[in-house]
Design a protein around this ligand. Structure first.
Ligand SMILES: O=C(O)COP(=O)(O)O
Ligand SMILES: [Mg+2]
Length: 226
């Protein structure tokens, strides 16, 4: 399959793929739990809840702490207040900046498709100085559906000018949500093995996996030539 012979669009997931955001998300979850006198959660617990967006995160927090479901809008509002520019403990994964710049220099158009709300996504990308590299940024509230539904990834690809019927492009992500979404578009999925996925790598459909961002440019070239 000749996926793309010339530089093609590459869309990236955010949490657990480009950024290790779990420490800031964990801190804000616990801030809200503390406000409601609920027992706090560990970093590992909160990390395992990330990937489906803020609503799914709070469904899982509510289930773990047996909190009243009808308070979810209040919890989410308080969480977003805390998280709106929470970047203190968030880091780019190793090699991300260099690799994004290299791919952009090689002519690939780059996009973001995350379940994180758009406004805070923009704040975080600007904090790390990488917003300039992305031609299209789709957040969890940019279209009506969220991953694993294919609509947000289709919107990101369309925003980068890919043919919606036969997108010659890649999606780079870390989780079950991303794998299912990419398969539904369909577009080849490249999975970052050091992210937040819960299932073993072998259980997620993917074209290829990588352990370090320095390996991604060669992987893209290899996959594009197949
Ligand atoms: O769960 C979230 O908030 C977003 O996660 P994602 O960037 O991996 O889509
Ligand atoms: Mg992710």
């Amino acid at each position: 399959m000749n996926v793309c012979l010339s530089p093609c669009p590459i869309v990236f997931d955010l949490d657990g793929t480009l950024i290790d955001s779990a420490p800031d998300i964990h801190a804000c979850v616990n801030t809200v739990l503390g406000q409601h006198q609920a027992p706090l959660l560990t970093l590992d617990q909160v990390r395992s809840f990330i990937g489906g967006g803020v609503d799914v995160l709070w469904q899982k927090v509510i289930a773990a702490r047996e909190l009243p479901d009808d308070k979810k809008p209040d919890y989410i509002a308080a969480f977003m207040l805390c998280y709106q520019n929470a970047t203190n403990m968030t880091r780019l994964f190793p090699g991300v900046l260099e690799t994004l710049e290299l791919l952009a220099d090689r002519g690939h158009s780059l996009g973001i498709c995350t379940n994180k709300p758009h406004a805070v996504t923009q704040v975080i990308l600007e904090h790390f100085g990488i917003a300039r590299l992305f031609g299209c940024i789709i957040g969890g509230d940019s279209v009506a559906e969220r991953k694993p539904h294919p609509a947000p990834l289709r919107a990101a690809l369309a925003g980068l000018g890919a043919d919606p019927q036969r997108p010659k492009a890649f999606y780079v992500g870390d989780s079950e949500f991303d794998a299912t979404c990419a398969a539904a578009v369909p577009v080849p999925f490249l999975i970052y093995s050091k992210g937040y996925r819960q299932a073993p790598l072998s259980e997620l459909p993917h074209a290829a996996s990588f352990d370090h961002f320095a390996d991604l440019p060669a992987l893209v070239e290899l996959q594009a030539a197949m």
